[in-house]
Design a protein around this ligand. Structure first.
Ligand code: NFE
Ligand code: MG
Length: 596
């Protein structure tokens, strides 16, 4: 009789996803080993070669439709960094930086709310149980935790009626395929109903808050960017807009930010803060109360990396970052290690367990400036019955910092903020732990990862107001500059240059590395948050962050309904389109959860 069994979840849904998890468990369902495989490859790094670096952002941004702007920002920053290295004093106008900060922070808050309600909540919230709730009890509960205006018994009765109609007609739609009734669901029916109502509200809220991107970047998803600033020309007139108005400034006038637009931005910031304060934060704490066992599960690597972001004195003044840069090792918050981007021993990518081959052999790690991406591996690949984990088993590479696996994302950022003495971050973390009566070690867990995302949303939504006020002050003082036109022309560039565009994307530290020769891209490497987290083992056998987290204290109640795996993997907010960005033409999609 077999002593272990293998549970395969492929694909893990409710993400942008081509992610396969295989877990080896003992007969009691306890996970002994876990393997994470990216099963798709799209080749964006390859198609960027030979192109104009000023166009790269538009291609790179198509890596993902979830974190819709981050690859655009990282890409223009990579070119700007190359220019900054080559041309002393190269800088962006302050307004460009403020507008980028607003767009980046808006992306985080939007993405985090969407992740919590639409991608992660149903791991914790039982939709079918919500139908049994007493709307008056849901109203009492909601009013006890928040001042949110939509909390009357009638409101909850309406939501219940709406969802009941779907269920009775067999049209669960967005709620199909849940493990409803699974014993791992612990919320009382009224809490399920409250969360379900907020799931629907968050959909409507999203539609409003994307306007910020549309105003500054012309559209969402995939707002526009430009090397040297932002493509939004500011107009001090109320409604002057698109097209060739009196302030038309050539191609840069893709959108004009007028006073009506800026008022809408102010409204969006208010809507973001209200939803985070009145809905997202209280819901996170209310739901977490019932899942405190998940504060002792999914601990993961204990190593955290943040590139930092949101500068106030320019991208190159890392001390001016609102989210600081640094590395935490072994959960030691007394020390934040610096990151040297140019030391080729620090950041490296390994392919010993990835479906690639390095020209100089697969045992080595390559620094991204010298990184290689080629569809040159000819050994066994998908489709597969079972991953050959002793060999190569993922389209993702394995990024490492000084040879170590790192977790990136909201938890890493919040920990680096706390370790660096950020007051608001520390207060929020302390208050959350106190409210839940949990020790500090609870942060290093599936629950901690999810809670950190909420706390970070609060921190960022609040900070947006400051950048907006500064932008308005600059405009009132007559500074309308949003674009550095100097050095736009590649004939002003050196023959060879290279740079790295770093940012904090919602899922973690993101880096685009560019090498430019004679005005054309000769190498482009994206080292992406979900690659750090979801990548496979490296040459030394060290697991990636997902793998490590699943190997910590998970026992499945029913391996045919592996909700425990979903909870921990979703706590990272995976996005595999980002992580692999190279589609396998022969790949067969296995859409079933399989238990062997
Ligand atoms: Ni496709 Fe992405 C974010 C990036 S994931 S969502 O956030 O970069 O790694
Ligand atoms: Mg890459």
């Amino acid at each position: 009789m077999a002593t272990t069994q293998r549970v395969v979840v492929d694909p893990i849904t409710r993400i942008e996803g081509h992610l396969r998890i295989e877990a080896e468990t003992d007969v009691d369902g306890r996970i002994l080993k876990a393997y994470s495989a990216g099963t798709m490859v799209r080749g964006i790094e390859i198609i960027l070669r030979g192109r104009d670096p000023r166009d790269a952002w538009a291609f790179a941004q198509r890596i993902c439709g979830v974190c819709t702007l981050v690859h655009g920002v990282a890409s223009v920053r990579s070119v700007e960094d190359a220019l900054h290295r080559a041309i002393p004093g190269y800088a962006l106008p302050p307004n460009a930086e403020l507008i980028r900060n607003l767009m980046i922070a808006a992306q985080h808050v939007h993405d985090h709310v969407m992740h919590f309600y639409h991608l992660h909540a149903l791991d914790w919230v039982d939709v079918v149980s919500a139908l049994k709730a007493d709307p008056r009890a849901a109203s009492t509960l909601a009013q006890s935790i928040s001042d949110y205006s939509r909390s009357s018994p009638g409101y909850f009765a309406d939501v219940q009626r709406k969802v009941k109609t779907f269920v009775e007609q067999g049209q669960l739609g967005i709620f199909a395929n849940g493990y409803w009734g699974h014993p791992a669901y612990k919320l009382p029916p009224e809490a399920n109903l409250m969360a379900l109502a907020h799931y629907l509200d968050a959909l409507a809220w999203q539609r409003e808050v994307v306007k910020l991107h549309a105003i500054f970047g012309g559209r969402n998803p995939h707002p526009n960017f430009v090397v040297g600033g932002v493509p939004s020309a500011i107009s001090v007139f109320p409604t002057e807009g698109r097209g060739k108005g009196p302030h038309y400034r050539g191609g840069q006038d893709a959108t004009a930010v007028n006073m009506v637009g800026l008022q809408t931005v102010q409204t969006v910031i208010r809507q973001m803060r209200e939803f985070v304060d009145q809905v997202y934060l209280p819901d996170t704490l209310a739901i977490a109360r019932y899942y405190k066992d998940w504060a002792g599960r999914g601990e993961g690597l204990g190593n955290f990396l943040s590139f930092g972001d949101l500068p106030s004195k320019g991208f190159w003044d890392t001390d001016s970052y609102f989210i600081p840069r640094g590395v935490i090792l072994d959960r030691d918050l007394t020390r934040v290690h610096p990151i040297d981007l140019d030391d080729d021993k620090e950041i490296q990518e390994f392919v010993s367990h990835s479906w690639y081959r390095y020209e100089g052999g697969d045992a080595q790690g390559l620094h991204p400036f010298k990184g290689e991406t080629a569809l040159n591996y000819t050994g066994p690949k998908p489709p597969y019955e079972q991953l050959d984990v002793a060999q190569k088993y993922s389209w993702m590479k394995s990024p490492r910092w000084k040879g170590k696996s790192m977790e990136v994302g909201p938890l890493a950022r919040v920990l680096v903020m706390v370790a660096k003495g950020d007051k608001q971050a520390k207060e929020l973390v302390d208050r959350a732990l106190k409210t839940l009566d949990l020790p500090v070690t609870a942060l290093y867990s599936t629950l901690g990862r999810t809670a950190a995302r909420t706390l970070e949303s609060k921190i960022l939504a609040d900070a947006m107001q400051g950048w907006f006020d500064q932008l308005m002050a600059n405009i009132k003082a007559g500074d309308l500059r949003t674009f550095n036109e100097k050095y736009w022309d590649p004939s002003t560039w050196p023959a060879h240059m290279q740079g790295v565009g770093l940012m904090e994307a919602p899922r973690g530290g993101l880096a685009h590395w560019i090498v430019v020769d004679d005005g054309r891209i000769s190498n482009y490497q994206a080292v992406v948050p979900s690659t750090w987290n979801a990548g496979p083992r490296d040459a030394a056998g060290q697991p990636g962050a997902y793998e490590a987290a699943l190997q910590h204290n998970h026992t499945m109640l029913d391996p045919k309904q592996p909700i425990e795996i979903l909870r921990t993997i979703h706590s990272f907010d995976p996005c595999i389109a980002c992580a692999v960005h190279v589609v396998d033409p022969d790949g067969e999609e296995l859409v079933q959860v399989k238990v062997k």
